[in-house]
Design a protein around this ligand. Structure first.
Ligand SMILES: [Zn+2]
Length: 96
């Protein structure tokens, strides 16, 4: 129970990391539950999730390659650099 409570109280930073991660792969059950609990309480992260969904839809609409549809297009180091930029750089102040 204590473990579940700890995981259900994510910071916004961790929640946005998980939202980005969820675009690439299915999250483990406990993380999905923790993320869902955070999203129920945090309208800013719900907004961030909606923006991610919009960007993914736009990318598909305009034919931009999705990571999972063209495997091997980016090196692992390039993917990691992009993840780091998404985590650290281009976020609103309240999400840093
Ligand atoms: Zn949040």
């Amino acid at each position: 129970m204590m473990c579940w409570l700890n995981q259900s109280t994510l910071s916004c930073r961790k929640a946005t990391e998980l939202l980005s991660e969820a675009c690439e792969k299915r999250l483990p059950f406990t993380r999905r539950v923790a993320l869902g609990a955070h999203l129920m309480m945090c309208h800013l992260c719900r907004r961030y999730k909606a923006q991610l969904r919009l960007l993914n839809r736009a990318a598909r609409h305009y034919g931009l390659p999705q990571e999972d549809t063209i495997p091997g297009q980016l090196s692992d180091s390039a993917k990691e650099r992009i993840r780091q930029r998404l985590r650290l750089g281009d976020r609103p102040e309240h999400l840093r």
